[in-house]
Design a protein. Structure first.
Lengths: 326, 128
């Protein structure tokens, strides 16, 4: 296993980073749900249920343009509670000053993993009259993160030390222009992204097309590609995502398959399981990112059924573990 | 003259490209499609919210500015190869201090090429 050099003496092993770089086994990440003023004991309980199964936990940043407890506060909370946060930062809500302040501040609390997103527009949320910022865009944010990891603000002013950071981004394999998406991923990798979490994709042929392109242009080797799957309990959320979530389309056949089944919860689960097995079988895929609308233990059940969890027990290395390692 | 040029530039570029006078024009590298007309003012390609029909996440009846830019940068006649290749370059954050200035003047005096001292350029690529 390789380790990035760090100027931080207290730096402990970042399992998520180690696995993204070594590809010793599939990387598993999941999204922590949003919080709206609940007690931190609730956060700790939910975190404790996930931690044995995953290598990093995504802390969202006002997802779908709805305000929630902040990404910075929650990333620090998760770090303090013993989790390994992947702090998402969107470009929609803050200008370059505020974003850099969040990055450096979170870093001082030991948050190391950062994921840059453009972010849904304010019109996707419940405060459509808000001012959209987008002072930086996604690839620029990756580059700003790289600058801070090298000890400098965008202005050139030096930090007192170089924070240890593991930087990533997102990409959507299903959004037009399809052939350009691999170039955009490459642009982010060139700017310093070492992992790329992919938008939820219900069209396997598009995911495969994207992954193949990333193998050809070197992205899959230089960054850990993590396709996203989402646990739902029924067909209804699938229809909602199709109509209401920017950048996600769910084919009617997929919605019908779940809607017409006798047990929608089980059929939804099986659908996700098929997606996970399919994605992990694609050369160039480094792991899976889970989003969860169910919160009923489906993630734990699935990783157990696939022999991928909990950690330290029966996780097996990928057969082609050296195919894309550094 | 310094006051007249921005006006002249605006008169020429507004009707053709819906120019927003960012003062640091990159039209040549974006298929002659102005990225400042993207509702998110993105300078480095389309966001992940582009609709399946290629239209904008924010304005559903409008074709995505970047889908158009990508198409034009690859297929528009008379665009030099160098400009086509620049489509994939990492463009730095907008210098908001140049808003309203003439990009023609800023091109000549080099102000549109200046980046913050801490800006880390992406690894430049020349394939395609």
């Amino acid at each position: 296993m390789s380790t990035e050099p760090s100027n931080n003496d207290s730096h402990s092993i970042n399992v998520f980073e180690e696995l993204c770089l070594s590809r010793a086994r599939p990387v598993m990440t999941a999204e922590l749900r949003s919080f709206d003023g609940e007690n931190l004991a609730v956060v700790e309980k939910e975190l404790t249920e996930l931690t044995p199964y995953i290598d990093g936990i995504n802390i969202t940043d006002n997802p779908a343009a709805h305000a929630h407890a902040s990404n910075t506060a929650m990333a620090i909370a998760v770090k303090t509670l013993g989790g390994n946060p992947i702090m998402q930062i969107v470009c929609r809500d803050k200008n370059r000053l505020a974003i850099q302040a969040d990055l450096v501040g979170a870093g001082m609390f030991g948050v190391e993993n950062f994921c840059a997103l453009t972010g849904d527009d304010v019109t996707a949320g419940d405060e459509k009259e808000a001012r959209r910022v987008f002072d930086l865009d996604g690839p620029q944010l990756v580059s700003v993160m790289t600058g801070i990891s090298q000890g400098s603000y965008l202005s050139g002013r030096k930090l007192k030390s170089e924070p240890h950071m593991f930087i990533g981004a997102v990409e959507n394999p299903t959004a037009p222009p399809l052939d350009y998406r691999v170039d955009r991923a490459l642009k982010k990798v060139d700017a310093g992204a070492k992992f790329i979490q992919l938008q939820i994709c219900y069209q396997p042929e598009k995911l495969e097309h994207f992954i193949r392109g990333c193998v050809l242009n070197g992205v899959a080797e230089r960054a850990a590609l993590l396709p996203t799957v989402v646990f739902t309990k029924s067909a209804r959320p699938l229809g909602f995502m199709d109509t209401s979530v920017p950048g996600i389309s769910v084919p009617k056949a997929v919605i019908d398959r779940v809607a017409n089944s006798e047990d929608q919860a089980e059929e939804s689960y099986q659908l996700v399981k098929e997606q996970v097995i399919y994605a992990l079988g694609l050369p160039g895929v480094a792991g899976i990112h889970f989003s969860d609308f169910r919160h009923d233990g489906s993630l734990q059940r699935m990783l157990q059924e696939l022999g991928l969890g909990p950690k330290g027990h029966d996780r097996q290395p990928k057969e082609d573990k050296n195919a894309y390692s550094h | 003259m310094p006051k007249l040029l921005p006006l002249l530039e605006h008169v020429v570029k507004k009707p053709i490209w819906d120019c927003r006078m960012c003062g640091q024009c990159v039209l040549h590298s974006t298929g002659m499609t102005c990225p400042m007309t993207c509702p998110k003012t993105l300078r480095n390609g389309p966001c992940g919210g582009v609709r399946p029909d290629g239209n904008c996440e924010v304005v559903p009846e409008m074709p995505c500015v970047w889908v158009k830019a990508h198409d034009r940068s690859q297929h528009m006649p008379l665009i030099p190869k160098k400009w086509r290749d620049e489509f994939n370059h990492l463009r730095p954050p907008v210098n908001n201090a140049l808003q309203g200035e003439s990009s023609w003047i800023n091109l000549i005096n080099g102000k549109d090429q200046q980046t913050p001292a801490g800006w880390v350029p992406g690894e430049e690529r020349h394939e395609h």
